[in-house]
Design a protein around this ligand. Structure first.
Ligand code: FAD
Length: 461
């Protein structure tokens, strides 16, 4: 018999409590690592995220003597079948905190128990498991700052120890092998950095030198000021506990940059906690007041044309278009730009946030239900700690402020490369600004801001 380690969002070897639990149970008999290509999860993921996943699986398998068994199908069928084939008594996993993952794991657990096999959950993708930190009266937090204080006071375990030196991976059953990158990924102009645990740790190490400037540079999309660890975290190539422990042990533990970075990691924990308590907030308005607001119809007329222009990065607003094109080529967008493009969809184009959230989930390599959908709700004015709806980002002045050199816009919008400096943010002000095919603005920001406020006033009263 072998013990099965069913991997999901934990594609690493270090700081991996579920792996240690599997290794301990297996003793000398070996651990069989399994990944299930689940159509329900692969369906909504676009080519960039799928390519990331496949590359991460290849990297993981290479670091485990090529032992990874990959099979496609419904998890309850595949996991049960593999457990039968190897005569496993337990299947070990890192607990999943999202609504789909929790329901799936209950189905798998029920299927396995029919064969007398147990599903053992050890650890989560978070430093503190979602649902753990609650108010004194036992109810969940709805505001970040008190959550963050309680989260800090609660404390989290140190990183888990390294896998035992005598850990043996076994590959006793057949699998399909990790698929190649999706065809759409290889055909189009899509790019990814290095993927996998080693790449994640390299990136983290290199980024620590830049933490001194993080507090200021993190607002600048034209600079490489943030860690870009989000997709590594999403797939569990590095655990946040590792980052927090390294941070605490470094000279950055007390610096502004170090503290701000820690706070960003707590935002990730907070949104996972919100989703844990309110799984409906992945789709529905967290604060229902705005659900009654009038929005445009994305299926016809202007609504349809506007949605398509936004998705393609052809709104005629340079900062918005640069972000939307970065999304399509790299699958990653700077946080400031995510906020501005999201605000533009909801408040300038009057389209519901869920349409944007879905497009982001398809294209983001770090697409994560809790961070994404609550990020969208925050911008749409309906989330926890939300920006009030009446605070509307100006897509031009945001660009001029956070991309003062215009370099970010020129990097992603070739039709504006002939405009120097800040001019790239306002081609309408320059003779020849449109000479290279850049589209005219699809809406007038000032007028749409008024329109958004009028629609808001109608639901407020
Ligand atoms: P850094 O600045 O280096 O931050 C370090 C880590 O902290 C990030 O990797 C991330 O795990 C976490 N973090 C930082 N900011 C946030 C935040 N606001 N909320 C939650 N966690 C945060 N993040 C995702 O990981 N997946 C998403 O699908 C996602 N969608 C978003 C959608 C919108 C509309 C908005 C406004 C934000 C979204 N974010 C999402 C949050 C944030 O934009 C990204 O985490 C960040 O840009 C990732 O880049 P980084 O790793 O360089 O961040």
């Amino acid at each position: 018999t072998s013990t099965v380690l069913w991997l999901r969002r934990d594609l690493r070897l270090r700081d991996h409590p579920a792996l240690l639990a599997a290794a301990e149970e297996a003793g000398g008999s070996g651990v069989l690592p399994l990944f299930v290509l689940d159509p329900a999860l692969l369906g909504p993921a676009g080519p960039t995220r799928t390519a990331w996943l496949f590359r991460s699986l290849r990297a993981w398998s290479a670091s485990a003597d090529g032992a990874l068994v990959v099979r496609s199908g419904e998890p309850e069928d595949v996991v049960r079948q593999v457990a039968r084939e190897v005569g496993a008594e337990h299947v070990h996993v890192t607990a999943d905190a999202g609504p789909y993952g929790r329901a799936r794991d209950e189905r798998v657990e029920a299927a396995l128990s029919g064969d007398g096999v147990g599903l053992v959950r050890t650890g989560t993708p978070y430093a503190i498991g979602p649902g753990t930190v609650v108010k004194g009266d036992g109810t969940p937090f709805q505001v970040f700052t008190p959550f963050s204080k309680a989260w800090t006071a609660h404390g989290h375990p140190e990183p888990a120890t390294s896998p035992p030196a005598d850990l043996r991976w076994v590959r006793r059953v057949d699998g399909e092998g990790v698929p190649d990158d999706p065809e759409e990924f290889t055909r189009a102009d899509l790019r990814l950095p290095d993927v996998g645990e080693e790449a994640a740790l390299h990136r983290w190490e290199a980024f620590q030198d830049r933490l001194d400037d993080y507090d200021t540079d993190r607002e600048r999309p034209d600079r490489d000021g943030t860690s870009q660890l989000s997709a590594h975290l999403k797939y569990g190539e590095v655990h946040p506990r590792t980052l927090l422990a390294d941070l605490a042990a470094s000279r950055h533990s007390g610096t502004k940059g170090g503290q701000t970075f820690r706070t960003e990691l707590i935002w990730r924990e907070f949104y996972a906690d919100v989703l844990w308590h309110r799984p409906d907030s992945a789709r529905e308005y967290y604060r229902p007041q705005l659900a009654g607001m009038r929005f445009d119809d994305p299926a016809r007329g202007d609504g349809k044309a506007h949605l398509e222009a936004w998705q393609a990065g052809r709104t005629g607003y340079p900062f918005v278009d640069a972000g939307m094109r970065q999304l399509l080529t790299e699958g990653w967008v700077h946080n400031r730009v995510r906020m501005v493009v999201a605000s533009f969809l909801v408040k300038d184009l009057h389209l519901e946030w869920q349409l944007g959230a879905r497009h982001f989930m398809r294209w983001l390599r770090d697409g994560d239900l809790s961070s994404n959908n609550h990020g969208w709700q925050w911008t749409a004015g309906s989330g926890t700690d939300a920006a009030p709806f009446f605070r509307v980002f100006n897509p031009v002045s945001q660009g001029e402020k956070f991309d003062p050199s215009g370099d970010y816009v020129r990097r992603y919008v070739p039709e504006l490369r002939h405009l120097p400096g800040k001019a790239a943010h306002s081609p309408w002000d320059y003779a020849g600004g449109y000479d290279h095919g850049y589209p005219q603005r699809i809406v007038d920001h000032k007028a749409e801001r008024e329109e958004a406020l009028a629609r808001y006033a109608a639901v407020r009263s």
